[in-house]
Design a protein around this ligand. Structure first.
Ligand code: DQA
Length: 146
């Protein structure tokens, strides 16, 4: 049986169709979702990909994952840089947590250099476009197989 993973995406990632493709790649969010679920299936993982612009919705999904002990891959988008509420919710997880970014925030504006999530994640993968998610799924597969 494949293991479930929640793949959570924060604000504005639902509008990849109109965001800068030089930073975020050329897939729209629906295409990214298919890309992630296909990559997960190949690793015997069952990815439930979700996106919200709302901090409270992302917190509710993290609570759901904490209660059900489901691993999480999260791209918190701009919340990465300042949401202590998402960090506190993510800290409740009893399962692996991997932070991903399409772009490399460290190569961008100063305000993107801080992640309040990284310190509680098992690891962070950034800068590889949609493949950041593939690499995160591979890392999760390894953690689960250990
Ligand atoms: C992002 C990077 C963040 O700085 C930005 O606010 C995003 C997307 C990324 O995937 O590269 O919305 O998380």
């Amino acid at each position: 049986m494949s293991s479930k993973v929640l793949v959570l995406n924060g604000p504005n990632l639902g509008r990849l169709d109109i965001r800068d493709s030089k930073l975020y790649g050329s897939l729209d969010f629906n295409q990214l979702t298919t890309f992630i679920t296909d990559a997960a299936t190949a690793l015997n993982l069952d990815a439930d990909v979700r996106q919200s612009d709302s901090e409270s919705q992302i917190i509710a999904w993290l609570h759901e994952a904490a209660d059900a002990k489901i691993p999480v891959i999260i791209n918190p988008a701009a919340f990465t840089h300042y949401s202590y509420a998402i960090r506190d919710a993510a800290e409740l997880l009893k399962s692996p947590l991997i932070e991903v970014h399409l772009s490399n925030p460290l190569a961008r504006e100063e305000f993107r250099h801080t992640s309040v999530i990284s310190g509680i994640a098992d690891g962070t993968i950034a800068g590889f476009g949609p493949h950041s998610y593939t690499l995160a799924l591979q890392a999760l597969r390894q953690i689960l197989d250990k």
